[in-house]
Design a protein. Structure first.
Length: 413
């Protein structure tokens, strides 16, 4: 094995963790709902969201590759007000976002175990397990297993879609009436869909924090090229899978008259049923375990991301590093998210839409912060984004702002 391959293997990690985080609510729930409710009508919206958000996620990885530190440090150097704004955005969204991903994980766990407990009880069990793993530092031991299970879900999903395509779309029910994308309900869902496609823009700072952790783990400082290659690999995987999950919903559910449930446990059964309908009933247990493990990975990754982000923000604002800081934040986020879940029992769609819409509404501001910092003096001119990426970022800002305005216009109309 030559040196370049060895070095890339040492770099590989943050991009894969990013992809694992994305293959959660945005893919398993929102992309599937998009296909199930609107067929392939929202395919271009999914592609556009992945395209126009790309620069702002890339800027975070680029900043870390160019400077060796997270873009959060760049926020502090550019102006403490930026860090305060980002901290406020994070604090407002972290409870709802964590609740949404754990709500789905709870339904999948209930379906897998076959035990009739309420969603909030399953959520409490998941949160307790996550806090213990993260606070004791034992997540690394579990990480390898979760990656293997995610690969199983990936292969299963692609297989299910290929079989579904070979069979063609289901025959529409006699009383089937297609939903209108351009109606008020369609536009509101469109914004919710793009809110986490591939994930929330404000979470882009996490890739830099994970890259720092990877450097500390391996002792290898990757080049900018290696850092961006790792990120781009993860981004391409998650973008393709968004289309795959939408296709699965469109081919298996759209037109069948089946309504995706608001109950997390029932929705989990419907989701897994799409796989077994295509692949066969023999795959049920494998898919159920893989789907839950993927969502559990998303939950623990989100908790870790918020814990790391808030820990760094406190350090940058106070100039001090508290040993209890990280653990304090993951416990606080877990408790707050549990209260949110208790409020939204048996209302999966409303909770997911609230989380994703909130993420989309704050996306223009989060995107602008990354745009401002990547062109700051802290980043050498030769390591800044090329012209095409700068232009795509400008178009992305317009895209995010226009759809945010459309959302508010439709909401108050």
């Amino acid at each position: 094995m030559n040196t370049s391959i060895k070095n890339f293997i040492k770099t590989l990690g943050p991009g894969i963790v990013f992809a694992g985080m994305c293959i959660g609510v945005s893919h398993l729930v929102q992309s599937t709902r998009a296909g199930a409710d609107y067929g392939f009508s929202l395919l271009l919206a999914v592609i556009a969201a992945n395209l126009f958000k790309y620069p702002f996620f890339e800027f975070s990885s680029r900043y870390t590759g160019a400077t060796g530190v997270s873009i959060l440090d760049g926020y502090a150097k550019t102006g403490k007000w930026i860090l305060w704004v980002y901290g406020a955005i994070t604090f407002i969204s972290m409870f709802i976002v964590t609740a949404a991903v754990t709500f789905v994980a709870s339904g999948l766990l209930s379906n897998l175990m076959g035990i009739d407990l309420s969603t909030d009880i399953w959520a409490a069990i998941i949160f307790l397990f996550c806090v213990i793993l993260l606070s004791t530092g034992r997540y690394n031991a579990l990480d390898g297993l979760l990656k293997i299970v995610s690969v199983v879900l990936l292969i299963s999903t692609v297989t299910a879609v290929v079989i579904a395509f070979s069979r063609g779309r289901v025959e529409p029910a006699a009383d089937f009436v297609p939903r209108e994308v351009m109606g008020a309900e369609g536009i509101l869902f469109l914004v919710a869909l793009m809110g986490w496609m591939p994930t929330a823009v404000d979470m882009s700072t996490w890739t830099g924090l994970w890259a720092e952790a990877r450097i500390a783990q391996t002792g290898y400082k990757p080049s900018l090229k290696e850092t961006l290659l790792d990120f781009n690999l993860g981004y391409v995987i998650t973008s393709i899978l968004a289309v795959v999950f939408l296709s699965l919903g469109a081919l298996v559910i759209y037109g069948s008259g089946t309504e995706l449930s608001n109950s997390s446990a029932t929705f989990a059964g419907q989701l897994i049923g799409m796989y077994t309908e295509s692949i066969g009933e023999w795959s049920y247990l494998i898919i159920a375990a893989a789907a839950f493990s993927t969502m559990f990975s998303t939950t623990i990754t989100v908790l870790d991301g918020y814990g790391r982000a808030m820990e760094r923000i406190v350090k940058l604002l106070t100039g001090r590093m508290y040993k209890w800081n990280y653990t304090f934040w993951i416990i606080l986020v877990s408790m707050g998210a549990f209260l949110v879940i208790s409020r939204f029992l048996n209302n999966l769609k409303s909770l997911v839409d609230l989380a994703t819409v909130l993420s989309f509404v704050i996306a223009p501001l989060a995107a602008y912060l990354n745009y401002k910092v990547i062109f700051s003096p802290e980043v050498p001119v030769d390591l800044r984004p090329p012209l095409w990426l700068k232009l795509l970022a400008a178009a992305g800002l317009v895209f995010l702002m226009v759809f945010t305005l459309i959302y508010f216009f439709v909401l108050i109309k």
